[in-house]
Design a protein around this ligand. Sequence first.
Ligand SMILES: NC(=O)c1ccc[n+]([C@@H]2O[C@H](COP(=O)([O-])OP(=O)(O)OC[C@H]3O[C@@H](n4cnc5c(N)ncnc54)[C@H](OP(=O)(O)O)[C@@H]3O)[C@@H](O)[C@H]2O)c1
Length: 304
Amino acid sequence: MKLLITGASGLLGINLAMEAMREHEVVGVDRGKLKSAPFQVLKADILKTNEINSILDSTNPNWLINCAALANLEKCEEDPTQARILNTELPGELATACAKRNIQFVHVSTDSVFDGTKEGIYTEEDEPSPPGVYSQTKLDGERAVEQADPRAIIARVNFYGWSLGAKRSLGEFFVNNLSEGKKVNGFTDVIFCPMLVNDTARLLLEMLKKNLSGLYHVVGPQAMNKYQFGMEVARTFGLSESLISPKSVLSSELTAKRSHNLWLSIHKLSTDLGREIPSFSTGLIEFYTQFQQGYPQKIRGYQH
Ligand SMILES: NC(=O)c1ccc[n+]([C@@H]2O[C@H](COP(=O)([O-])OP(=O)(O)OC[C@H]3O[C@@H](n4cnc5c(N)ncnc54)[C@H](OP(=O)(O)O)[C@@H]3O)[C@@H](O)[C@H]2O)c1
């Protein structure tokens, strides 16, 4: 199959390209960060009028996974207009263009469409209640996609992994700081379901192969708070757990509101794929193995 990835330089984009190229023809769309990547890269500004249509016509993919977004919560609060353009309007336009050409489209959404006030687990049936600009614009993106292309997959994700800039994920945050002997805080009151980004990528590809469509939670099977996540990373990498202090997110300098409970059910996903979702510990061991094998340096070498 031929897969087009928009936002190929991002944390998900680059890892998805690396996973997909094992089996598929990959074309990554990027606005200029990538060089010498082991897959085809198309330099383009996807926000330019008609650019999407001309990219789809010239590449003619079977699948499109959009990984471009304004995914920094603080930046979204600072620039809601840009957040809306990237997180709502762009996915809507991509879905429209894909529906016209019979291209299977994947919209990558977020676990944080929920405000976290529910006690217990969120299913796809629960009504979202976004707590800020990022989550609101992502939810509006889901709705724009649903309307334009009911066949599209909408995947609410949460992942960590190695990124081009070495700073994009929470996993990298703990590894980088603890490796330098720096003290860090781990939030005890933010519960989430982290998944290794390579597992996320492989699941998205499997969902496409199985011809799934509609809304899915695509997160890890184990809920934990961010402090516990940091402790697990420290243990696996043989780094000092005592450098991590348990703290409340309310004591942090982060300005955008965070949901306290993002425990999402993956029952629908595992049922429709007919298999278990990779465990947290399997993903974390792969994250460490990648580190030992020089994967972070390898992907960083693909940028200008
Ligand atoms: N990280 C997580 O745990 C997480 C959690 C929930 C949902 N998500 C969702 O997962 C998706 C991927 O997230 P990520 O963490 O991989 O994000 P990321 O690392 O910040 O990557 C974002 C991508 O979007 C591109 N982009 C940003 N502004 C652009 C613009 N004006 N024109 C074209 N491209 C632009 C970036 O290109 P440049 O490199 O050129 O800036 C980059 O390739 C997003 O939809 C995000 O909302 C992520």
